[in-house]
Ligand binder design. Structure first.
Ligand SMILES: Cc1ncc(COP(=O)(O)O)c(C=O)c1O
Ligand SMILES: N[C@@H](CCCC[NH3+])C(=O)O
Length: 420
């Protein structure tokens, strides 16, 4: 992965040794490579340019405003799923007319905020939501552009917790219901149905499910047009996976070819919503070994990062490569569990992982932590949120400071009872 290199036996992000960041910012800390994010964006936009597909960065993958802003400078719009993400995208300078809003449970307040901002598109996931949005828009004398998120009933062949396009999932409406939805939207003031959207899941390594989805979108787009509906756009969702084992992962050129073959001749505006593919491999979680504990059956390497910092290993059995930051070429000393200090057996970053002999005080880099890392972190066990650092060539900056312990004790209050 561009952005990460071994120099003099130590892991560096662009031109900055991770040891420097650990010394100055402390650990645990998320470190991102601006160069790597830019390179990924460029590769994707070069691949998609011939099919004319816009890129709406799925902010949920990494919503640090410096990261959103970097992608905005490259030309990305934003896909948001909450009022908070909308506010972050706007604060990072993403023009409102390049923002799309997805999610099964947008509240009236969130709809109102997005209407006030003047976003490009609401992806609507149910008929009650369409009625609600129309009502909110009418109350403001506005018209909301909507896309219908359809559920194509395609198996994305990914982890069950992050598959979204099967009939049993809560997302979207069955694709066959699209004509009913467009008919209802045409009757309603306050909404204008202009798009179909589909997002079938995350961390897709096989591109065939995309093709199956596009074939269904194509059929439905043609049927809607034949019935006279003003469909102008297709939102193709995100989900492109990355090689967590260090392998290449799917090629955006291959995705672009499928888009061209299945949808290229429809004359519709196209957009994609990648998150992980742009930022996942561009980040590491840097942790320090607290101690090494030889258990009865296992070596436990106890580090200062934990499941509250990176929940993917325990939540999705997610695999993240782990490597020592210095002396990277040491031989393996057998399998170990890399665990955090949290009081749960599920608190691990790796299980039964071949690892060199490591000592207390050493730094370990948990790779591919740029997506769904910091954004999913919590303060469980009253552990402050880890800081985030962005490296750009020779320069680096703290883009989220370490949360002081005081922030953890300042939130609660003694009860000030309301009522009798
Ligand atoms: C509607 C929508 N768009 C885009 C994404 C981005 O997904 P990924 O990070 O897998 O590209 C998601 C999350 O899976 C999503 O729910
Ligand atoms: N949080 C998931 C991805 C979910 C995508 C959300 N639509 C992960 O870490 O793999």
């Amino acid at each position: 992965m561009q952005g990460f290199e071994i120099r003099d036996g130590a892991l560096a992000v662009e031109n900055v040794p991770l040891t420097t960041i650990a010394e100055q910012v402390g650990t645990p800390v998320f470190v991102y490579s601006a160069g790597a994010i830019r390179a990924r964006y460029r590769a994707l936009s070069d691949a998609l340019a011939p099919v004319g597909a816009a890129i709406h960065y799925a902010v949920k993958a990494n919503s640090n405003q410096a990261v959103i802003s970097l992608l905005r400078e490259m030309g990305a719009g934003a896909d948001v799923v909450s009022g908070g993400e909308l506010a972050r995208a706007l604060a990072a300078g993403v023009p409102a007319d390049r923002i799309v809003f997805a999610g099964v449970g947008k509240t009236r307040e969130e709809m109102a905020a997005a209407l006030d901002a003047g976003i490009h598109l609401f992806n609507i996931e149910s008929e009650p939501e369409l009625e609600m949005l129309a009502e909110v828009a009418r109350s403001k004398g506005a018209t909301a552009r909507v896309g219908l998120r359809v559920n194509p009933d395609v198996d994305a062949k990914t982890h069950a917790k992050i598959t979204t396009g099967k009939a049993e999932n809560k997302f979207g409406v069955p694709i066959e219901r699209a004509p009913v939805f467009f008919a209802r939207a045409a009757e309603l003031d306050g909404v204008e149905a202009v798009a179909l959207s589909a997002h079938i899941g995350s961390q897709l390594l096989d591109l065939e499910p995309y093709r199956q989805t596009y074939v269904r979108l194509r059929e439905m787009a043609l049927a809607l047009r034949a019935e006279g509906y003003g469909l102008t756009q297709l939102d193709l969702g995100g989900g492109l996976g990355i090689g967590y084992h260090g392998q290449e992962g799917p090629d955006p050129q291959a995705l672009a070819a499928i888009i061209r073959e299945e949808l290229g001749d429809l004359g519709l505006e196209l957009a994609v919503e990648p998150g992980r593919w742009l930022v996942g491999a561009a980040g590491v979680l840097l942790a320090r070994v607290i101690l090494v504990k030889q258990g009865v059956t296992k070596r436990h390497v106890v580090v200062d990062a934990a499941m509250n910092d990176l929940i993917r290993p325990t939540l999705y059995d997610g695999y993240h490569r782990i490597q020592p930051v210095t002396g990277c070429d040491r031989p393996d000393a057998g399998p170990a569990d890399v665990v955090g200090p949290i009081c749960e057996s599920g608190d691990y970053l790796a299980k039964d992982r071949p690892l060199p002999a490591v000592e207390a005080g050493e730094l370990l880099a948990v790779r591919d932590a740029g997506a769904y890392g910091a954004v999913m972190s919590s303060t469980y066990n009253a552990r402050p949120l880890a800081p985030e650092v962005l490296v750009d060539g020779d320069r680096w900056a703290v883009i989220r400071p370490r949360q002081p312990v005081e922030a953890l004790i300042g939130l609660d209050r003694v009860p000030d009872w309301i009522g009798r």
